[in-house]
Design a protein around this ligand. Structure first.
Ligand code: DAH
Length: 337
């Protein structure tokens, strides 16, 4: 076989192999085998010396021609695999967009926001206290006797160091009065914890809003006016309010307050057990013993305080029958708000 034939065979191999190469690595492998330093072409070039003199010009031309053919096939192959790689990375503009859901406020947060907004308009400011409380703020300063059942380890979560998870937002009253001089007008939303067995209306972790107003000559009538205004703003003008005598260690007199049943508007239904009224929470006139515990003069000042269960308000507002829905984080439930 003459060198010219061998060079033709090399060109043929390039024509056969390079268009088949699938990626840059494959093209490079072919390049090395054809024209790399240990490849076919350098080996053939060494045979040039043995070619008879008269055949040299034609063989030289063939050599150049084959070189050019291989180079141009290599370039084509490289261009082709580069384009293919780019297409593989390219964005498919026909794909549907990725849907990101917009988050919603949890119904508890919304109710807190709404209650706070209403009381702010009535001149209250938001106050805050820690979830991890001490016995003084959660019980002692609130005039709770040492043997009061709410202090029992069956009802309250205690830490080994004697601190506790607050069972109510009432300690924020104490913390505020320790730090501020009257007039005081605060609302304090927050988390509370009790060792209750969870059921449709109980959760170990729930929320309250505390209200406190301390000034001169504050009366139960002031409290009633504010709670009635709140009931109107929250549930509508046709909702009324009533007080029932009750007992809390930190208020004297103490009351429980009810709103007209928001389901039946007072006609009587299963939610209000036929009474037409819904029990909301407790309130009263701040007990002088509480003022004494925070160093305020009970002869000079008077005040009212009230609590409110946020879950209860949320459940009434959205007609939710079981408190546990509020904590299960089932997206099908939460998406409805
Ligand atoms: N802290 C009470 C509770 O958890 C609710 C309460 C009653 C708060 C009377 C008050 C109040 O501020 O005056 O049951």
């Amino acid at each position: 076989m003459s060198l010219i034939d061998k060079l033709d065979a090399l060109a043929e191999k390039a024509r056969a192999e390079l268009p088949q190469a699938q990626n840059a690595e494959a093209v490079e492998a072919v390049r090395i085998s054809l024209i790399g330093r240990q490849g076919m072409l350098p080996a053939l070039m060494k045979e040039m010396g043995k070619v008879p003199k008269e055949d040299k010009p034609a063989t030289g031309r063939k050599l150049n021609e084959v070189k050019n053919v291989v180079e141009s096939l290599l370039n084509d192959a490289l261009k082709r695999v580069a384009t293919a790689a780019k297409q593989a990375d390219a964005i498919d503009v026909t794909l549907p967009g990725r849907q990101r859901k917009i988050g919603l406020k949890h119904p508890i947060t919304r109710v807190i926001d709404d209650i706070v907004t209403i009381f702010r308009r009535l001149g209250f400011v938001v106050a805050d206290g820690p979830d991890l409380e001490d016995e003084f703020h959660n019980f002692d300063a609130l005039n709770t006797p040492k043997d009061h059942p709410s202090r029992d380890i069956k009802d309250t979560f205690y830490l080994p160091d004697g601190r506790l998870l607050r069972t109510q937002t009432s300690p924020v009253q104490i913390r505020t009065m320790e730090n501020e001089k009257p007039p005081i007008r605060i609302i304090a939303p927050g988390r509370c914890f009790r060792r209750d067995t969870p059921d449709a209306t109980h959760s170990m972790n729930f929320h309250q809003i505390e209200g406190l107003y301390v000034d001169k000559n504050v009366s139960l009538a002031d409290l009633k006016a504010v709670l009635l205004e709140f009931a109107h703003e929250m549930f509508g003008k046709d909702v009324g309010i009533r007080f029932r005598p009750h007992f809390f260690p930190f208020t004297e007199p103490s009351i429980e307050y009810d709103f007209t049943c928001v389901m039946c508007k007072g006609k009587g239904c299963s939610v209000c057990k036929g009474s037409g009224w819904l029990e909301i929470s407790g309130a009263g006139i701040v007990d002088p013993a509480v003022f004494k515990n925070v160093g305020l003069d009970a002869d000079e000042y008077s005040g009212y305080a009230f609590g409110m269960g946020i879950e209860r308000i949320a459940m009434l507002r959205h007609k939710i029958g079981d408190i546990r829905y509020l904590y299960e984080n089932d997206i099908r439930f939460l998406e409805q708000f």
